[in-house]
Design a protein around this ligand. Sequence first.
Ligand code: UT7
Length: 322
Amino acid sequence: MIYSKICGTGSYLPTDVMTNHDLEKLVDTSHDWIYTRTGIEQRHIAQSHESTCDLAEEASRAALNAAGIDSSDIDLIVIATTTADQVFPSTACILQERLGIKDSPAFDVQAVCAGFLYALDIADKFIRTESATKALVIGAETFSRIIDWTDRTTCVLFGDGAGAVVLEAAAVPGIHSTHLRANGAYKDLLSVPVGISRNFEQIINGSAYTQMQGGEVFKIAVKCMEQIAIEALEANDADVEQVDWFIPHQANSRIIASTARRLGVSMDKVVVTINQHGNTSAASIPLAMDTAVRDGRIKAGDNLLIEGFGGGFTWGSAYLTY
Ligand code: UT7
């Protein structure tokens, strides 16, 4: 039996930081409101010349370095992103050329904030079926580009960044299981209702923005996050006590705390980065994972429960041994 295993992590955050106090100068908000309702203190924002692929490249090089693997050994690239550099080619193809990787499959996955789980699931299946041996799996976003900076209900929530993992074939897991869900009936609760074949004029006039019915999203997110985490534990006959680190999508500290409480996971086992990063969509889970690997919390052999939830709705989880 062949499994996939994470052998290196990396991440990158743009250098520009926007604090809640900076936002007070843009919209009618306050640090206290943002921090109390979301847990966010600051977020990183890409400069106008920085693209999603720029962030993905930095995160990928850091992950390859941590894995001690040359980019030429990579035989699959999957990027989860909502904010691709171009309509085509994919951000993954642009990255492939930059990293000097030849002929590997390379493609983007769009599942918004659950995108990294979708990308990880796909790469895991490539490796288990011997279609790849070493994969770069990335979550990268310049979400600030699809934010209306005059809308206080959304602009305080999001940030930019990228996280990457190198997955390689292994005789033991690694990734024990992945679990994906989607429900398009909720498509209007969280969306950018603009694209190439619909409302294209809003892209041309620069008003393609994220819209969210936050309260509704919040209620459904808490339920779905609990269910999909339980599904991952049950699929592996694992008890919550066996989880060393719980890494949820970083959308709101109250959603994180509520999910942890429902699952019976104590908060000192939960990786929380939302205070520093805000919601970086598909990048949030690999960014949080890399943070906890690099500060020494996550160690080889630790069991990780990771999960995400986003527009679509899409959601998913994975149970893995680091
Ligand atoms: O990553 C994908 C998944 N995303 C999520 O899971 C996000 C889920 N939703 C949330 O995190 C929360 O619903 C929000 C943080 C977006 C909003 O928090 P809330 O506690 O649900 O606030 P609310 O929308 O019910 O708004 C409460 C009040 C309203 O004023 P009134 O009507 O009570 O007078 C809002 O107008 O807060 C007001 N408000 C603000 N005030 C200051 C909304 N945004 C702001 C703001 N600053 N930025």
